[in-house]
Design a protein around this ligand. Structure first.
Ligand code: ATP
Length: 260
C-alpha cells in the first residue's frame, strides 16, 4: 500500500486492505492491498481469469471479500450508501437485437439505483438524462432499441447510463471489447478528457496494453498475484485543503461536458 504520508491532500476513494477472495475452494485474490486516490486513473491488467472482474465486483459491492476490508470514500463497505457517487460499466457482450429497451430507458435506469423502477421521473431527473445523452452525443439514438445499435454505440449508451448521476468514481470493465480500432481511439480520447478535465477517478480493465501504457506509463505501480496496477495519479498543490478540492470537484461536476 502507498504510504499515506505521501498522499498530499487527495482523499482515498477506494482502499483495499488485505483482501482475499475465493470461489468455493479456488482462491482468486490473495492478500491484496491497494489504495486509489481522488483523481487517480488506475489501469488494471492481467491475463484471462486473473481476477480483474472479481475485484471490480467487490469494489461495487456485488461480491464480498472472504477476508479483509474494502473502504469506499473512507467508509467501510457495509456502511457505504452513496452508490450514486460510483458509475460502473460491467463487461458485456453485444446485446440481443430483440432486447426491447430503448436507449433512453437504459440511460434513465441509471437513476433508479435500488429505488422503484416504475416511479415517474422528476423534471430534474429528465434533464439529467438529456444531459447524459448529449454528453455522449447519442441524443439522436434516444428512441432506438439498444439491441439494434452497433457495439460502439451501445458502449456510449452504457457510459451515459453510468454518468447520469455525475459519479466521482467511474469503473469500466473492458469497455472497448468488440469495438473497431477507430472507435476505440475516440473512446479512449473521451475517457482521457474526462480524467484530465472533469476530475473523475477511474478504474479501467483493459487488454489494450498499448493504450494503457501510453497513458499510464510503462511500468505497473504494483503487482499482486496475476494483477498489475498501472496508475496515473494527479497531485494537488501543496497547500490545498480537502475542503477546497471537494468544492472544486463539485463545481466541475455541476458543469460536466464530457467530450473534448
Ligand atoms: N461465479 C463464479 N463461480 C466460480 N468461479 C468463477 C465465477 N466467476 C469467475 N470465476 C473464476 O474466477 C476466476 C477469475 O475470474 P474473473 O472473471 O475475475 O477474471 P478476469 O481477470 O476478469 O478474466 P477475463 O480477462 O477473462 O475477463 C476465473 O478462473 C473464473 O473462471
Amino acid at each position: 500500500m502507498r504510504n499515506s504520508e505521501s498522499l498530499g491532500c487527495h482523499r482515498q476513494i477506494v482502499s483495499i486492505d488485505d483482501v482475499f477472495f475465493s470461489y468455493e475452494h479456488k482462491t482468486i485474490i490473495s492478500g491484496l492491498n491497494f489504495s486509489i486516490l481522488e483523481r487517480d486513473f488506475v489501469g488494471l491488467i492481467g491475463s484471462n481469469g486473473a481476477g480483474k472482474t472479481t475485484l471490480l465486483k467487490m469494489i461495487v459491492g456485488l461480491l464480498k471479500p472472504s477476508r479483509g476490508e474494502i473502504r469506499l470514500f473512507g467508509e467501510p463497505m457495509g456502511q457505504f450508501r452513496d452508490w450514486e457517487r460510483i458509475g460502473y460499466v460491467p463487461q458485456k457482450n453485444a446485446l440481443n437485437p430483440l432486447f426491447p429497451a430503448t436507449v433512453r430507458e437504459v440511460v434513465n435506469s441509471g437513476l433508479f439505483g435500488k429505488k422503484n423502477m416504475f416511479r415517474r421521473l422528476s423534471k430534474a431527473e429528465l434533464r439529467k438524462a438529456d444531459d447524459a445523452l448529449s454528453a455522449m452525443r447519442i441524443e439522436d439514438l434516444a428512441d432506438r432499441r439498444i439491441g439494434q445499435l452497433s457495439g460502439g454505440q451501445q458502449q456510449r449508451v452504457f457510459l451515459a447510463r453510468a454518468l447520469i448521476n455525475h459519479p466521482e468514481l467511474l469503473i469500466l470493465d473492458e469497455p472497448t471489447v468488440g469495438i473497431d480500432a477507430e472507435s476505440q481511439d475516440s473512446f479512449f480520447q473521451m475517457i482521457r478528457h474526462m480524467h484530465q478535465h472533469h476530475h473523475i477517478t477511474f478504474i479501467m480493465v483493459s487488454h489494450d496494453m498499448d493504450m494503457m501504457k501510453s497513458y499510464l506509463g510503462e511500468q505497473p505501480l504494483q503487482k499482486s498475484g496475476g494483477l498489475s496496477f498501472y496508475v496515473k495519479h494527479t497531485h494537488a498543490p501543496e497547500n490545498c485543503s480537502e475542503t477546497d478540492l471537494t468544492h472544486s470537484m463539485q463545481q466541475q461536476l455541476e458543469t460536466i461536458e464530457i467530450l473534448p
